[in-house]
Design a binder for this molecule. Structure first.
Ligand SMILES: [Zn+2]
Length: 406
């Protein structure tokens, strides 16, 4: 594909020359599908399914309720016919975040080599990992496998790791019991064995409006909401100052954060409604349900006094999202394999959430290791260094040496 002339014109060094990568054609193909989370991903899934079918590999699809999006799970069986036990899952999400309003210098849906970097939406988060894995299929089949290799491509990761939950359910139901799963989110090809969990909530305060000269006759929803937000801030400071801590994380304690607040209509009206959204990003050993119960108990203290003024007042919470944390402490078989494949001893822990914790929760031990860096994801001109893609290919080659019979 050629980038539109207007786009290449603003970036004269942007070229379409090919880096020296086996996976380059596949990277270009996957990037060319606009799989922004709001769009269907079926064109990409159909392409991958046809690619695998051309190599004699069948895929299982699990769909969303509208059948507009699908996960793909495919198995390359071992030479002895084993297709279920002790395999390695290569996992990637197919969706990407929107490019709306972002100043891109190249066509975001064309992988474009610019110097030593490849630009394009999803080059680091995270189509290149999936493409690199898929590019190994011919070699894995030719050499024969000692244990199964599975591919797990999901939808709707970027909007709360929604799609993969159906894939995992299906895998568990069919009795597939892998040794572990490698999630190729960008880690700079470093081995990551843990990430934080996250719960997010909307708190809705319903007060009672009056003229602002008569405040005792009203219930001020904004002020009550602010007291609860302040309680959250106090919790956040306590985690920062008193822990618990795990220094392997970039932010080594649980964080609590309020990101959105809406309330009131005019200064001379005691506000009836106020709502705010907050999240708890917790270390794997902190219990988010306990933390939320504390917040809720604090909020409920206001209700009796509110009800004395007006019976229809309330404080309510809506769950927005939940993703568990996980920590294998680097001791799982899959972490050991990860170390052998990336040729380094250490491991890290990260604060961002991934599908890894959902595999982990389904008794499929997981690690995270993929090309590029999270700081380069979700940005205009998202990029990944060719050096990172080469490291990803080297990782897959070592993986092939471990799982292939010859
Ligand atoms: Zn991602």
């Amino acid at each position: 594909m050629n980038a539109p002339a207007t786009l290449t014109a603003v970036r004269p060094d942007a070229g379409t020359s090919a880096p020296d990568l086996v996976a380059w054609p596949l990277i270009r193909t996957l990037i060319a599908f606009d799989t922004t989370s709001r769009e269907s991903n079926l064109a990409l899934i159909d392409w991958v399914r046809a690619y695998l079918a051309a190599h004699g590999v069948e895929s299982t699809l699990t769909f969303d309720d509208d059948r507009r999006k699908a996960n793909l799970f495919a198995t390359l069986p071992a030479q002895d016919g084993n297709a279920t036990a002790g395999g390695i899952v290569l996992s990637g999400h197919t969706d990407v975040v929107p490019v709306d309003g972002q100043p891109w210098d190249t066509n975001p849906f064309e992988a474009t080599l610019v110097g030593g970097k490849v630009h394009g939406r999803g080059v680091t988060d995270m189509k290149s990992f999936s493409a690199t894995g898929l590019a190994c299929v011919p070699e894995l089949l030719r050499r024969g496998l000692k244990r199964p290799v599975h591919f797990a491509l999901s939808y709707d990761e970027e909007i709360g790791c929604l799609g993969v939950r159906r894939l995992i359910e299906d895998v568990v139901t069919r009795g597939v019991t892998p040794l572990g799963c490698i999630v190729g989110e960008p880690t700079g090809m470093e081995l990551v064995v843990a990430h934080k969990g996250k719960q997010s909530w909307r708190c809705r305060v319903r007060g009672h409006e009056t003229h602002s000269s008569l405040t005792p006759l009203g219930v001020n929803a904004v002020q009550i909401a602010c007291e609860i937000v302040t309680y959250l801030t106090t919790m956040a400071r306590a985690f920062r100052d008193d822990g618990g801590y795990d220094d392997a994380f970039d932010v080594p304690y649980t964080t609590v954060h309020t990101g959105v607040i809406r309330g009131g209509t005019a200064l001379n009206i005691v506000p009836r409604d106020c709502s705010f959204d907050f999240e708890i990003r917790h270390l794997p050993f902190d219990d988010p349900d306990e933390l939320f119960a504390e917040v809720k108990a604090y909020a409920e203290r206001f209700v009796p006094a509110m009800r004395k003024v007006a019976a229809d007042t309330h404080v309510e919470f809506d769950a927005l999202s939940t993703l568990p944390g996980f920590d294998t402490h680097g001791e799982s078989g899959i972490a050991e394999l990860g170390r052998l494949c990336n040729g380094a001893d250490g491991h890290g822990k990260v604060s961002f959430g991934t599908e890894a914790s959902l595999f982990h929760a389904a008794a499929i031990p997981a690690i995270i290791c993929g090309p590029g860096h999270i700081a380069q994801a979700h940005q205009p001109n998202e990029w990944v260094a060719v050096e990172q893609l080469a490291r990803c290919e080297a990782f897959m080659r070592r993986l092939a040496d471990r799982v292939c019979a010859s």
